[in-house]
Design a protein around this ligand. Structure first.
Ligand SMILES: Nc1ncnc2c1ncn2[C@@H]1O[C@H](COP(=O)(O)OP(=O)(O)OP(=O)(O)O)[C@@H](O)[C@H]1O
Ligand SMILES: [Mg+2]
Length: 324
């Protein structure tokens, strides 16, 4: 049995006119990854800042590893690492110096801080660049240093606020691997992202927030099931028999959803979560002698889920081209 290591209960935070958090509740089990998913301005960073004790909520409570974020900020800080949405490393220092400095700030001896810096540079494939100023690093290297900095103190709980925004695909994959390794070592991760694919890849559970409230939660699969469910697409070999195929299929599925697309010679049948219905549909069509060229059983993508829940497409990253 795992138990929650992060608990957020009915947290509210207002900035002037903006109700950034309007009663957010969530929990994260130890050793798992929670994906906090939401469009721009949903309240993701605000949630992370409350949990990292950088911001006091107006009301509600939150705890990390059993420590209250309002009353035990020092204890909370001793167990967490934070990689913020915007780089927090000093560009004029080298990678090694940045890591060393954080080690010293955490109270390590000079020798220990050097050793830890070396270990982390190695782990993040930055050993060769360790003695160069961070301002000479590529976007992907900067993100890696950022993450390394948040790991100096071996945190039990790691907050990653949009860790891969602006990264090229290869750097993104690399960062995902690192995150997986950390979780395999027992670290709990709360990851905010606008990339559905990222939540799908990394998160054990997903909480979708929009305008400061939780609008859905579950595993990626559960969220996909909550929408329209699966759609069976049957491609008919003979275009002239399309209408006939539709008539056959309409008799077995909820009729309002069945539709024909002439261009792809296909009939689409919503089957929800009933895969037996899909299998039946194929076998009945075959038995009527209508030749099937192909069929697929599509699941809605997380993008569809997101759109349905928030009425927003996930925002395209504006800074995709920043990283090299
Ligand atoms: N310090 C602040 N002062 C005023 N308004 C703020 C402040 N911080 C956040 N907000 C507002 O609160 C809302 C939630 O912001 P937040 O940064 O948590 O969103 P987000 O989900 O992280 O968005 P993004 O995906 O763009 O990073 C937004 O409307 C934002 O403008
Ligand atoms: Mg944010």
């Amino acid at each position: 049995m795992t138990s929650p290591i992060i608990v957020v209960d009915d947290v509210r935070k207002r900035f002037g006119e903006t109700q950034a958090l309007d009663g957010v509740s969530l929990s994260v089990d130890q050793g798992t990854v929670l994906g906090l998913l939401g469009p721009n301005g949903a309240g993701k960073t605000t949630t992370v800042r409350v949990l990292a004790t950088l911001l006091k909520p107006d009301s509600g409570s939150a705890s990390v590893a059993g420590y209250d974020v309002n009353k035990q900020a020092d204890e909370v800080r001793s167990v967490i690492g934070l990689t913020g949405q915007y780089a927090a490393v000093d560009e004029k220092l080298t990678g090694h110096e940045n890591l060393w400095m954080v080690g010293r700030l955490l109270g390590m001896s000079k020798a220990d801080a050097h050793q830890r810096a070396g270990e982390l540079l190695e782990r993040f494939s930055l050993s060769d660049a360790g003695d160069r100023q961070v301002r000479t690093y590529s976007g992907g290297m900067r993100r890696r240093v950022d993450l390394a900095v948040s790991l100096v103190g071996r945190p039990r709980v790691l907050f990653l606020d949009e860790p891969t925004t602006g990264l090229d695909p290869a750097s993104r994959l690399e960062l995902w691997d690192i995150a997986r390794e950390l979780v395999a070592d027992g670290t709990t991760v709360l990851l905010t992202t606008q990339y559905l694919e990222e939540a799908d890849e990394l998160a054990d559970r997903i909480v979708v927030i929009d305008r400061g409230t939780v609008v859905a939660e579950g595993t990626a699969d559960e969220l996909k099931d909550r929408t329209r469910g699966r759609v069976l697409q049957v491609e008919i070999s003979d275009r002239n028999r399309l209408e006939e195929a539709r008539d056959v299929l309409t008799r077995m599925a909820p009729p309002e959803g069945v539709h024909v697309d002439v261009a792809t010679r296909s009939v689409f049948v919503p089957v929800g979560t009933d895969t037996a219905l899909a299998a039946n549909a194929i076998s009945i069509l075959s038995s009527t002698g209508i030749d099937i060229a192909d069929f697929t059983l599509e699941r809605p993508s997380l993008d569809d889920v997101f759109l349905e829940l928030t009425g927003n497409s996930p925002s395209p990253s504006d800074d995709e081209e920043v990283a090299k």
